[in-house]
Design a protein around this ligand. Structure first.
Ligand SMILES: *Cc1c(COP(=O)(O)O)cnc(C)c1O
Length: 456
């Protein structure tokens, strides 16, 4: 196993509180066995999300002091614009305060009822923004993406045969084709350059704009270098430039591979569309030189974007995620394979086969991980997705019951990750003791955030 040694040393530390099992037991009860209800200060290792949780570098903190808070023409905007142009090759750069606002801007202009947006797999906020504008979000993942135990280098790919069919039949109703790199909802799995080239070729043939949802593009490009032939001797930056060159634009949540706590942007080449986006931006976010961000935030993003394509950093980043995946796998814990770029997913149905889907096995694991070890993870299973069939009144359950362990960037040392692996292995050895859950309160929509449960 490659040992993921940190390519940085620590200059500032944040104390984390250790808790006793009794305290955790009480907090779990108070939170209705819902991990979202536990105050973060009582969590030892927080793997809820990798979004906006990165540690800033000394270089980014220094940049914050150079924030120019001018309403228009801030130097930090020009720095961000130049950085994005350099990394992507796009002409126009429009900052937003996070990724979903970029989606809202783009889809409110391009989508309307009857339209269809194909994507390898839409991320939740992407799907919601497509739908909110009356259009249909069509997922076209490759078949390999749906088999959790299958090892495949590019499980994030789009099914280009299916895309070709849709374009042939529905060309007039498709305002854009999107591709998410890495494919977040399919486990942070990468998309190959070959696949991006094939999507691009189809889009050009049918004259449909092609956009990347590039929240984790740097991790994706690193995987291309590691796994796709012909890229071993290219830099991640060169690979990224090639990838963006096949597209017409992108939107990015800089809370991931921007190594920032807040921020996003749209990059594109179409001047007319850029102007329409800017007009809408002024309405909902602010002047195009800050897009809902402070000047200092723009600077943190500009510097973070450059640090995120550093190859020492990406080697350590992907190795740390793989270290956790391999440690769990060697101990027999069922996980989705291979490890993604930002998270490890545990297959809860096989971890705790004695708990039926109606008793929320993945949620039960998140409770066990917190109770036993102070670790916060997140359920992606029945609590999030099960719904009543409106016709039969029967419950429909999702295909997979997963627990996601998302790893914040540059925050935890490999020793923390080792602690997580050891703790989960210990819980796995006495897994028959884990109890299922029953809902006692649920909201009508997005119930997983606020549901209250009790143990059975
Ligand atoms: C996080 C994310 C978004 C939304 O970005 P926010 O900054 O959270 O609003 C969109 N797409 C993908 C793939 C993401 O991971």
């Amino acid at each position: 196993m490659k040992f993921p040694a940190e390519p940085f040393k620590i200059k500032v530390v944040e104390r984390i509180q250790t808790t006793t099992r009794q305290i955790r037991e009480r907090l779990l009860k108070e939170a209705g066995f819902n991990i979202f209800g536990i105050p973060a200060e009582f969590i030892y290792v927080d793997l809820l999300t990798d979004s906006g949780t990165s540690a800033l570098s000394d270089n980014q903190w220094a940049g914050l002091m150079l924030g120019d808070e001018s309403y228009a023409g801030s130097r930090n905007f020009y720095h961000l614009e130049k950085t994005v142009q350099d990394l992507t090759g796009y002409k126009y750069v429009i900052p937003t305060h996070q990724g979903r606002v970029a989606e809202n801007l783009l889809f409110s202009i391009l989508c309307s009822p009857g339209k269809i947006v194909p994507n390898n797999t839409h991320f939740d906020t992407t799907r919601a923004n497509v739908k909110a504008n009356g259009a249909r979000a069509l997922d076209l993942p490759v078949a390999e993406a749906l088999d959790p135990a299958l090892e495949h280098p590019f499980k994030g790919n789009m099914d280009v045969v299916a895309l070709g069919e849709v374009l042939r039949k529905e060309r007039a109703n498709i305002p854009l084709v999107a591709c998410t790199v890495t494919n977040n909802s399919a486990g942070g799995q990468p998309v190959s350059m070959e696949n991006i080239r094939a999507i691009s070729k189809l889009c050009r043939r049918y004259e449909v704009p092609f956009f990347l949802d590039s929240a984790r593009y740097a991790e994706n490009c690193y995987f291309i270098r590691e796994r796709e032939s012909g890229y071993r001797n290219k830099s991640v930056k060169e690979i990224a430039r090639e990838m963006f060159s096949y597209t017409d634009g992108t939107w990015m949540s800089c809370k991931k591979d921007g190594l920032a706590n807040i921020g996003g942007f749209i990059g594109l080449n179409d001047e007319e569309l850029a102007n329409r986006l800017k007009q809408k931006l002024i309405l909902i976010e602010g002047f195009p030189h800050y897009g809902g961000l402070a000047g200092r935030d723009l600077e943190a993003v500009a510097r973070g974007l450059v640090e995120a394509v550093d190859e020492d950093y990406l080697r350590y980043r992907t190795a740390q995620v793989r270290y956790l995946a391999d440690s769990l796998d060697r101990g027999g814990v069922p996980i989705v394979k291979p490890a993604g770029g930002h998270a490890v997913f545990i297959d809860a149905s096989h971890f705790a086969p004695h708990i039926p889907q109606s008793r929320f096995p993945a949620q039960a694991l998140t409770v066990a991980f917190y109770r036993e070890a102070g670790i916060r993870s997140v359920e992606i299973g029945s609590l999030m997705f099960a719904e009543k069939d409106p016709e039969t009144g029967k419950m429909r359950y999702p295909g997979l019951e997963l627990v996601r362990l998302a790893i914040p960037r540059r925050v935890y040392t490999t020793m923390h990750i080792h602690y997580v692996a050891e703790s989960i292995l210990k819980i796995f050895r006495k897994r028959e003791k884990i109890r299922g859950l029953r809902i006692v309160y649920e909201a009508p929509i997005l119930r997983h955030f606020t549901a209250r449960m009790e143990e059975i």
